[in-house]
Design a protein around this ligand. Structure first.
Ligand code: ADP
Ligand code: MG
Length: 515
């Protein structure tokens, strides 16, 4: 009993002298005595006991990762509190930037014609064109070209990078089919999806705050990103106008508005990282100093990955992942729910189980200690394993960690770790979305059991949401649980694929300078 507590310390808020908060949150810390030399004790765990030991550790880990409904409601309230603070004054929340995007015309579905988009997202760079049909959801044709950004341009000058981007777009325009040219005058319009931190100054201008994801184009920082691309397009000799600068979540929201009949109010991405944006009443954005937009609405880019609350059920594994990250102390919410970290968190738990309950035999597989060896796709694969003998789990352990033989009981434990963390991630993501719905008044109980409940759609994108079915199921189920059975609104999560690219083209259309 004592061993489990000492080694994994899964009780909420327990802290060990080694410095890591092993379970629960680090806000209110209850201290307990930790017995030194625990690892040595653990290594002598009898084979017959090791399974029991593992089960016990697992049980306690489950408890410290728990996300009961009441807690999720409180987490959502904390998020709303931060949202209000961030909207009140610039820098009002030290967690949520709550950036006004200047997007005031979301696509209505009536947009028509040929529009281009440039999508610079980090991992991928794509140019695309879509022919919009003028009816909701109608995309008559779409084509794209994906190009790798040469390594030297990622760390070179703004001029070189943007000449490359403009050149790629110009060459793509030249491949336009004759039939498409009918839809055009001389000037083509493009949206620009740019998934790096930007302080927007209008719907088609914004200042680069800093680069991430391996880019380091120093002379572009602090300057208008659209002007740099527009100048390069000028040098290319093509007449292409950038009509909208779009964050990827906003593109996802725009795609939802175009495609779905019900009202899309939120765009959310859960991929490598996570973020969300939503449609806010313009007069609720107190820090907004310009005249209020005619639509009375403003899309707000929350940058919600940096949300944190002392209520978030953080464990020792979260502490480790945070400590090893490039930005310790930041992006707590992101680190608990998104793809870049889920595999790492699972790995840290497996390391503990291997060390302290000899999960994979007498010695810990060496590779298990290597960072980022367990990708989130592998975790979702194991989690999705429904075979009676958990063959997929066995295969992943063999292929990734060279663990040749495992017992079914051991595999069950690995599967449960994936489940605990997938469940936690999905439920926390749902709590975040519920907080947004609460902020915009789309929660509550229906009066007299109203039957014509207004529908709200949350447009979703990102590899984790798209491909991790169990995570997604937890998220959907939890959102409904939070809404409650007599909810005044109906809420649905819908996948809006390729939010950034298509969304940028759609926003170029809804902010067209020519039609
Ligand atoms: P990005 O977020 O980099 O723009 P994506 O939205 O495509 O790109 O998300 C990619 C991320 O999604 C990967 O880093 C990974 O964490 C996660 N992912 C991809 N495939 C899967 C999968 N099969 N199961 C779970 N997560 C996945
Ligand atoms: Mg993306």
């Amino acid at each position: 009993m004592a061993i489990a507590k000492v080694l994994v310390g899964y009780h909420v808020g327990v802290q060990c002298p080694r410095g890591s908060t092993l379970g629960g949150y680090s806000g209110k810390v209850r201290r307990t005595q930790c017995r030194p030399g625990g690892r040595i004790v653990a290594m002598s765990v009898q084979k017959t006991n090791k399974l029991q030991q593992a089960e016990k550790l697992l049980h306690e880990f489950r408890q410290s990762s728990a996300t009961p409904l009441a807690l999720l409601h409180q987490v959502a309230n904390d998020l709303v509190h931060e949202m209000n603070a961030g909207l009140a004054v610039e820098g009002g929340s030290d967690q949520l930037k709550m950036l006004p995007t200047y997007v005031q015309n979301l696509p209505s579905g009536k947009e028509k014609g040929l529009f281009y988009a440039v999508d610079l997202g980090g991992t991928n760079f794509r140019v695309l064109r879509v022919l919009l049909g003028g009816k909701s959801g109608q995309i008559l044709s779409q084509e794209f070209k994906e190009v790798a950004i040469p390594r030297e341009l990622m760390v070179g000058t703004g001029k070189d990078l943007f000449d490359f981007i403009a050149g790629t777009l110009a060459a793509f325009v030249d491949t336009e089919d004759e039939s498409l040219k009918l839809h055009f005058g001389k000037v083509r319009e493009s949206g620009f999806a740019f998934s790096f931190p930007v302080r927007q100054t209008s719907v088609k201008s914004g200042i680069v705050i800093h680069w991430t994801k391996g880019f380091k184009v120093e002379d572009a920082v602090g300057k208008d990103i659209v002007k740099q691309l527009q100048d390069a397009l000028g040098r290319s000799g093509h007449q292409i106008v950038i009509s909208a600068l779009v964050n990827d979540t906003v593109g996802t929201l725009a795609g939802g508005r175009y495609n779905f009949e019900e009202e899309t109010m939120v765009g959310c991405i859960i991929g490598t990282g996570t973020n969300a944006c939503y449609v806010e009443r313009a007069d609720a954005v107190q820090k907004w100093e310009d005249p209020l937009p005619k639509s009375g609405e403003m899309v707000i880019n929350m940058e919600w990955g940096n949300f944190r609350s002392h209520l978030l059920p953080r464990t020792f594994a979260d502490e480790e992942v945070d400590r090893e990250s490039v930005n310790p102390g930041c992006q707590w919410f992101e680190k608990m729910i998104s793809g870049m970290y889920l595999g790492e968190i699972v790995r840290h738990v497996l390391v503990r189980l291997a060390e302290e309950a000899s999960l994979f035999g007498a010695s810990v597989p060496v590779k298990l200690y290597e960072r980022r060896t367990l990708g989130t796709p592998a975790v979702s694969k194991m989690h999705a394993d429904t075979s009676t003998d958990l063959q997929v789990v066995a295969k992943v352990l063999r292929q990734v960690y060279g663990v040749e033989t495992t017992t079914l009981e051991e595999r069950k434990i690995v599967h449960k770790v994936c489940d605990i963390l997938g469940e936690r991630g999905g439920r926390l993501a749902a709590a975040g979305l519920y907080g947004i719905l609460k902020k915009i008044g789309r929660t509550g109980t229906a009066m007299n059991g109203a039957t014509d409940r207004k529908k709200t759609v949350i447009a979703m994108d990102g590899g984790l949401f798209e491909h991790h079915g169990t995570y997604r199921a937890y998220m959907e189920e939890t959102l409904q649980e939070l809404m409650g059975s007599g909810a005044a609104y109906e809420v649905a999560l819908r996948l809006q694929n390729d939010g950034s690219g298509i969304g940028a083209a759609l926003l170029a259309a809804s902010h067209s300078q020519f039609s």
